[in-house]
Design a protein around this ligand. Structure first.
Ligand code: 5AD
Ligand code: SF4
Length: 471
């Protein structure tokens, strides 16, 4: 097991006592918080936790940095280009600080953990730096920053799950529900175990209770979130992830239940059978494979073989023939040969994923792969990436053509971003469906609103989207 680096923070604080809490209320009076989120869904969920914490301390939310008193960036460190984007944004935010000297800018999340003090001091890009397990301290750190004291809190915890924090959700019908934090898998390319720390699960009962509250508050869909949800375990009640899914499905039988992300090693029969058993557990699985070569998988420390992965896919399809599948792929991992790249291409053709997230390998400090030679030239990585993207687009397009003529239950999400005259929703299998939203129709008795489930007959399909009329 890898020892986690524990740095003592520049600003160390114990649990806030109540007098400090009251002071927060006073200092936060009328102040506005703007949060910008980068990276994965875990970060989206975490931003809602931070907003929940800040809201409790008296902050109001704003959706623009222009009138904010506090700007927080919740950051991602998974690949180098994610970090570059955030640096650019931080440089841009300097202008806001010039305009408003009282503005507090903070950096949260995985990059905070990775860079720690680098962003404070001389570089002076931000006022506070807060890691993923220290969000309870944000109000106090912001308060101190507003009186001129930079602060950093980046300790990782073995127990923090924010179990008692009510996330402040702004989105209408679909909720992210964090069920576990951290990751113990130590894939050799991945920085997450270092930035998010050890795996720990939230309590079973508090998750199920949260789902019921969400349903009572009008949410129609919930996604159970974790870096590796299928190693969820409530040790006190001895409940695993399949138990949690089943209980969730029963507790809110009308609600769509999703989850992400799974690890192929832990994709148990029990979990697949539970998914098949309940109609309201959405038939969509994101199961990152990373590579189609056993040698590369071993070098990545993925703990499974291609044969095991394919066998899991067969099990899924045998119990849920219409279950949609997606994956993550990394091209250009150190020493990956042309032949091994071809094996990834072949695996993708064999599984025929509905969609895939595809990346060039990016070396990350602290990881095992960091010490390997990043020996695949960038132009080779780019070509391999383009090859898998093109192939995947062909497969997604072909699969989506087979949906034409079928009718699906669609959860209505609202106006489409491209064309507000059209609306969008999602199938149970997580495909985006665009349908026309005729005002005259919407005002009639048969109209629908955000959060309704409607029937759409698919008439046309691209590799990413389905289109058709409401029936
Ligand atoms: N380089 C490229 N891709 C990475 N991922 C994780 N770490 C790296 C890295 N160092 C990808 C994996 C993972 C997804 C969330 O990001 O495919 O499943
Ligand atoms: Fe990273 Fe692997 Fe954990 Fe996913 S399972 S977060 S890729 S270490």
């Amino acid at each position: 097991m890898v020892e986690l680096p524990v740095l003592s923070s520049a600003v160390e604080m114990d649990i806030l006592d109540s007098s400090v809490e009251t002071m927060h209320h006073a200092s936060a009076q009328g102040k506005k918080l703007y949060v910008e989120t980068y990276g994965c869904q875990m970060n989206v969920g975490d931003s809602e936790i931070v907003k929940g914490v800040m809201h409790q301390s008296g902050y109001a939310m704003t959706d623009t940095p222009d009138d904010a008193d506090v700007i927080l960036l919740n950051t991602c460190a998974i690949r180098d280009n994610a970090e570059k984007k955030i640096y650019e944004r931080l440089n841009h935010l300097k202008y806001y600080k010039k305009r408003n000297h009282d503005l507090v800018v903070g950096l949260l999340g995985c990059m905070a953990e990775r860079l720690r003090g680098d962003l404070l001091g001389e570089r002076n890009l931000v006022d506070i730096v807060v890691g993923p397990d220290e969000y309870r301290k944000v109000p106090e750190l912001v308060h101190k920053a507003s009186v001129g004291e930079q602060g950093i809190a980046v300790k990782l915890s073995r127990v923090e799950t924010y179990d008692d924090i009510e996330p402040l959700r702004t989105e209408g019908i679909s909720a992210w529900v964090s069920i576990m934090r951290g990751c113990d898998k130590f894939c050799t390319f991945c920085v997450v175990p270092f930035t998010r720390g050890r795996e720990r699960s939230r309590s079973f009962t508090s998750i199920v209770d949260e789902l019921k509250r969400l349903w009572d508050n009008g949410f129609k869909e919930a996604t159970l979130l974790g870096q590796n949800v299928n190693s969820y375990l409530d040790e006190t009640l001895n409940k695993d992830f399949a138990d949690l899914l089943a209980e969730s499905a029963r507790a809110v039988p009308q609600m769509r239940i999703r989850y992400t992300t799974s690890h192929p090693y832990d994709m148990s029969d029990k979990l697949i059978e539970t998914m098949a058993e309940y109609d309201n557990i959405c038939k969509y699985i994101h199961l990152p494979v990373q590579s189609g070569s056993d040698r590369v998988l071993q070098a990545m420390n993925r703990h499974y073989t291609v044969a095991h992965y394919i066998e899991r896919m067969h099990k899924i399809k045998s119990l849920m023939p219409h279950c949609a599948l997606s994956t993550d792929i990394i091209v250009g991992f150190p020493t990956e040969t042309e032949e091994e790249h071809e094996m990834t291409m072949a695996l993708m053709r064999e599984v025929r994923y509905d969609g895939a997230y595809m990346f060039k390998y990016s070396p990350r400090e602290n990881t095992k792969a960091w010490k390997m030679n990043d020996d695949i030239p960038d132009d080779v990585k780019t070509r391999r990436l383009n090859e898998i993207i093109e192939q995947q687009q062909r497969i997604s397009h072909a699969i989506n053509q087979t949906e034409i003529g079928k009718t699906f239950d669609i959860l209505v999400e609202g106006p489409s971003k491209r064309n507000p005259a059209e609306w969008q929703g999602r199938t149970d299998s997580n495909k985006i469906v665009i349908f026309s939203h005729d005002r005259s129709v919407s005002e009639s008795a048969s109209s629908y609103v955000i959060g309704d489930t409607i029937r759409v007959r698919i008439e046309r399909a691209s590799s990413a989207t389905l289109f058709g009329p409401v029936v």
